[in-house]
Design a protein around this ligand. Structure first.
Ligand code: HEC
Ligand code: HEC
Length: 346
C-alpha cells in the first residue's frame, strides 16, 4: 500500500509530508532529546557492585530495624510494589509525623543529576543516610544505626562478604554504599517509549505519538528531557505564573534552602516522568491526584499556555508510555534478633 503511494511521488520527484517521513522525523527528534533506560544497572563511581553488596543493600532497603521504631524501612515510603513511591501526599514517618514533601520514586533515581526535590544530596550514597537519621523519617542517630546492626549477629557475615578486607565493615558509610548499589538495580527499561527510541515505530499508539509531538512542540521537553525525562536540571515552579499556594506553599522555598541564592527561591529539581502514571499524587506537595490536572498546571505555570482538553489527554497518553518493566525483587530474609539486640523505641 505504501509503495503504491510512494512510487508516484518519487516519480514526480516530490518530497511531501508523508506519514512514514513524519514518523521518522518524530523518532529522530525524540532521539535528540531523550535516551532509553539501559537494560543493565549503571556502575557507581568508587562503589563497585558485587552480588554480595547488592544483596546486603536489598536487606538494608527492607530493614525496618534501621528505624528507631523498628517499623519503618526505605520500602515503607519507596514501596517497590507502588512504583517506588508511597502514594501519599507527604510520607508518614517516625511517630506518625509527616514530612513536608512528597516521596519521589527511587526507580531510575540513579540517573538523576542530584537527589531530593532541592538537590541537596549529590548522589544515592549521600542521599541514603538522610532518611535514616532524619527525626521525622526513621529517627535513628548514626551511633544507633551501627549499634543496632552490630547487635544483629547475622549482619556480621553479610557485611564481611560485601566489604571483604575491611576490619570493621559495619559502618554507616558502608550501609549507604550497599543501599546505593541496590538502588542502582531499580531501573525500569523497555517502556514503550524506550522501544520507540530504539526504533520500534509501533511501540507508541497514534495518540501517544501525538502526545509526544505536543510534549516536544509545546516545550515540556525543554525541562523534562534526557534519560529520565526529567531529573537533569532545576527550574522554578511557576516560571510564567505561580501555581497557587495549594501547590506552592510559601514556606518551602526549594533549592533556596540549599544555596541561599535569591534566584533559587521556589526552584525545584525537575522530576523524572518515568513511571509517572504509577506515582500519584504529584508535585513536591503531593497535592495533585490527577495526572491530567498536573499536566494542565504545568502548561499554565511553566509555559504560560492553556492546553486544551484534547492536548492534555494526548500528552497524558504519552506519559503512559513511560512505564517500564518494574523491578522484580525477591523479598529478602532478614537475620533474626537475639536477646541482646537493641530493642525498638516506637
Ligand atoms: C518516612 C518516609 C521515608 C523513608 C523511610 C525514606 N524516604 Fe526516601 N524520601 C522520602 C521523601 C519525603 C523524600 C523527598 C524529600 C525531599 O526532597 O526533601 C525522599 C527522597 C528520597 C530519594 C531522592 C529521590 C529523588 O529523585 O530526588 C531517594 C533516592 C530516597 N529517598 C531513598 C531512600 C532510601 C534509600 C531510604 C532508606 C534508607 C529512604 N529513602 C527512606 C521519604 C522517605
Ligand atoms: C521550566 C521547566 C519545566 C517545564 C517547561 C515543564 N515542567 Fe513539568 N515540572 C517542572 C518542575 C520544576 C516540576 C516540579 C514542580 C514541583 O512540584 O515543585 C515539574 C513537575 C511536573 C510533573 C509532576 C511530576 C511528579 O512526579 O510530581 C508533571 C507530570 C510534569 N511536570 C509534566 C510536564 C508537562 C506535561 C509539561 C509541558 C506541558 C511540563 N511538565 C513542562 C519543570 C518543568
Amino acid at each position: 500500500m505504501r509503495k503504491k503511494i510512494l512510487v508516484p511521488f518519487l516519480l514526480l520527484g516530490c518530497v511531501v509530508t508523508f506519514p512514514a517521513f513524519a514518523q521518522n522525523d518524530l523518532m529522530a527528534r525524540a532521539r535528540q532529546q531523550f535516551q532509553p533506560i539501559p537494560t543493565t544497572p549503571p556502575e557507581l563511581p568508587g562503589n563497585p557492585a558485587t552480588p554480595e553488596k547488592i544483596e546486603l543493600g536489598k536487606m538494608l532497603y527492607f530493614e525496618p530495624r534501621l528505624s528507631a521504631s523498628h517499623a519503618i524501612s526505605c520500602n515503607s515510603c519507596h514501596n517497590i510494589g507502588l512504583g517506588g513511591a508511597d502514594g501519599l501526599p507527604t510520607s508518614i514517618g517516625h511517630r506518625w509525623q509527616h514530612g513536608g514533601r512528597n516521596a519521589p520514586t527511587v526507580f531510575n533515581a540513579v540517573f538523576n543529576k542530584a537527589q531530593f526535590w532541592d538537590g541537596r544530596a549529590k548522589d544515592l550514597e549521600q542521599q541514603a543516610s538522610g532518611p535514616i537519621v532524619n527525626p521525622v523519617e526513621m529517627a535513628s542517630p548514626v551511633p544507633h544505626v551501627v549499634e543496632q546492626l552490630k547487635g544483629i549477629p547475622g549482619y556480621k557475615e553479610a557485611f564481611a562478604k560485601a566489604f571483604p578486607n575491611e576490619a570493621d565493615p559495619i559502618t554507616l558509610s558502608n550501609v549507604t554504599k550497599a543501599i546505593a548499589v541496590f538502588e542502582a538495580t531499580l531501573i525500569t527499561p523497555n517502556a514503550p517509549f524506550d522501544r520507540f527510541l530504539k526504533g520500534e515505530a509501533d511501540a507508541l499508539s497514534p495518540k501517544q505519538k501525538e502526545g509526544l509531538a505536543l510534549f516536544m512542540d509545546k516545550g515540556c521537553s525543554g525541562c523534562h528531557n534526557g534519560i529520565n525525562v526529567g531529573g537533569g536540571m532545576y527550574a522554578p515552579f511557576g516560571v510564567v505564573e505561580k501555581p497557587g499556594a495549594g501547590f506552592l506553599p510559601p514556606n518551602d522555598k526549594g533549592r533556596f534552602m540549599v544555596t541561599k541564592t535569591p534566584s533559587d527561591e521556589y526552584v525545584f529539581k525537575v522530576p523524572t516522568l518515568r513511571n509517572v502514571v504509577l506515582t500519584a499524587p504529584y508535585f513536591h506537595t503531593g497535592r495533585a491526584w490527577d495526572l491530567h490536572q498536573a499536566v494542565a498546571v504545568m502548561g499554565a505555570s511553566q509555559l504560560g499556555i492553556q492546553l486544551s482538553d484534547d492536548e492534555i489527554d494526548k500528552i497524558t497518553a504519552f506519559l503512559g508510555s513511560l512505564t517500564g518493566d518494574q523491578p522484580k525483587v525477591v523479598y529478602p530474609i532478614l537475620p533474626p534478633n537475639v536477646a541482646t539486640t537493641p530493642q525498638p523505641q516506637p
